[in-house]
Design a protein around this ligand. Structure first.
Ligand code: HAM
Length: 415
């Protein structure tokens, strides 16, 4: 049997690549406008980074990491997300010693061994941004605003923004206790994973994917009702900044992010148009992650946005990506002398930045013209004896059929 791509992965074919290139260019553009600079980190990291960063009771760490031992017996993990790596680099290169905040963005592949389905892959791709070094809710609002503006530009601005607060080290213990009291009578009915989380991290039980456990946690005490004064004030500040920017949101106390590093702000952009994998973008604040990974006590906030889900949603909303890019000019030839001339012209135009194409299969003239149509070239030029002698080329507009004669040296300008 022919070898196929691994389960949960997808090939990006040349005819679709331009859509990805479009969102990638727009992503870079908006990040620049908002003052974020790009960071590129390795595709794999020491496993320890994710165990420490993401939390050892999360699904990602317990069940989903692509971990292997390399030939030097080091435990290596393919990046399941981008934040931990950005933090690791921030610490390793002493970026914390510079004037803060540090605002970074990235565009990365991520790897999670999840149950593959529509909108959920084992290799997926994320846009992400992070702001390190400020505990002001202005930073959270800025991050959310960037996500909102980007999604609006991508034609999917009617997506719902859900916000919540998952509290801090001061107020979480109270909620944890209340949650354990609520779950204790149901303990025996919980799945094995949730049982193991009961003592260590009961909040994770609220994120269990099993239908039975989801039913069991209905009516559980919500963190939002247990916030301390400081967290309450921060949440009020965040809402007031979003209101000032006229960004609509829903306060959703049920948000449980799948990673453990969050404190205070948690948010998700959710759509109903993609079925069960409707979270296109998710993020929040993480005030202790930098310290936990070995850096100074510095806060951070950011989000990750799934590129596959974004593209699916854009498609669903009828976004017009335009046509796949086609050459500006196709050059056909009749006869050997004309062929050499055509090759020279092709090279000359390409070196002037014109996208020009020729038939490298050397079909006969009829075949070349058929191929020219296939390429979708805007113009064609036919090189024959006359053109070689006169140095004058006839450009045919493939849409209107209109023909114009242009001197060879004016060709690039005319195109
Ligand atoms: P996350 O919620 O795990 O957060 O992932 C962010 C986004 O990545 C999701 O909203 C979704 O669009 C996409 N995504 C996640 N898993 C898959 C998958 N298996 N297949 C397709 N798309 C997927 C993070 O990764 C955090 N690092 C975000 C963050 C940055 N928080 C603060 N800073």
């Amino acid at each position: 049997m022919a070898i196929q791509a691994p389960k949960g992965t997808k090939d990006l074919l040349p005819q679709d690549a331009y859509k990805w290139q479009f969102i990638e260019a727009e992503w870079k553009k908006i990040c620049k406008e908002y003052g974020f600079k790009e960071i590129r980190t390795p595709m794999f990291e020491a496993t320890e980074l994710f165990n420490r960063g993401i939390g050892d009771t999360t699904d990602v760490v317990q069940k989903e990491m692509y971990t292997f031992e390399d030939l030097g017996q080091r435990s290596i993990t393919l990046k399941p997300e981008g934040t931990a790596s950005a933090v690791r680099a921030f610490i390793e290169h002493n970026l914390y010693a510079e004037t803060q905040p540090t605002k970074m963005f990235y565009d990365i592949p991520c790897f999670r061994y999840e149950k593959a389905q529509k909108g959920r892959y084992r290799q997926f791709h994320q846009f992400g941004i992070e702001n390190f070094g400020t505990d002001s809710m202005l930073a959270d609002a800025e991050i959310i605003a960037l996500g909102y503006d980007f999604l609006t530009r991508m034609g999917v601005g009617d997506i719902e923004l859900h916000i919540s607060s998952v509290g801090c080290r001061n107020c979480r213990p109270k909620h944890r206790e209340a949650l354990q009291d609520f779950l204790r009578p149901k303990y025996d009915e919980l799945c094995e994973t949730c049982k193991s989380r009961f003592d260590k991290n009961p909040m994770r039980i609220l994120d269990c994917k099993s239908d039975k456990d989801r039913e069991l946690v209905k009516g559980a005490p919500m963190m939002l009702d247990y916030l301390c004064d400081d967290c309450k004030q921060d949440f009020e500040d965040l809402k007031s900044y979003l209101d000032a920017m006229n960004i609509k949101y829903v306060v959703d106390p049920t948000i449980v992010r799948g990673l453990d590093y969050y404190t205070k702000t948690a948010f998700e952009f959710i759509t109903t148009k993609l079925g069960s994998q409707g979270t296109v973008c998710g993020g929040g604040r993480y005030d202790h992650l930098i310290e936990e990974i070995g850096g100074p006590d510095m806060p951070g906030v950011g989000f990750g946005l799934g590129k596959e889900r974004l593209l699916m949603l854009m498609q669903e909303c009828g976004f017009d990506f335009g046509e796949a890019p086609a050459p500006q000019l196709f050059i056909a030839w009749i006869g050997d002398e004309a062929k050499s001339y055509a090759v020279m012209l092709l090279h000359e135009l390409r070196s002037q930045g014109i996208s020009a194409e020729i038939d490298t299969k050397e079909r006969n003239f009829k075949g070349q013209m058929k191929f020219a149509n296939k390429t979708g070239a805007a113009y064609t030029a036919v090189i024959g004896e006359d053109e070689v002698k006169s140095n004058e080329i006839t450009l045919k507009n493939m849409e209107t059929g209109e023909q114009t004669k242009v001197k060879r040296e004016d060709l690039a300008n005319a195109l």
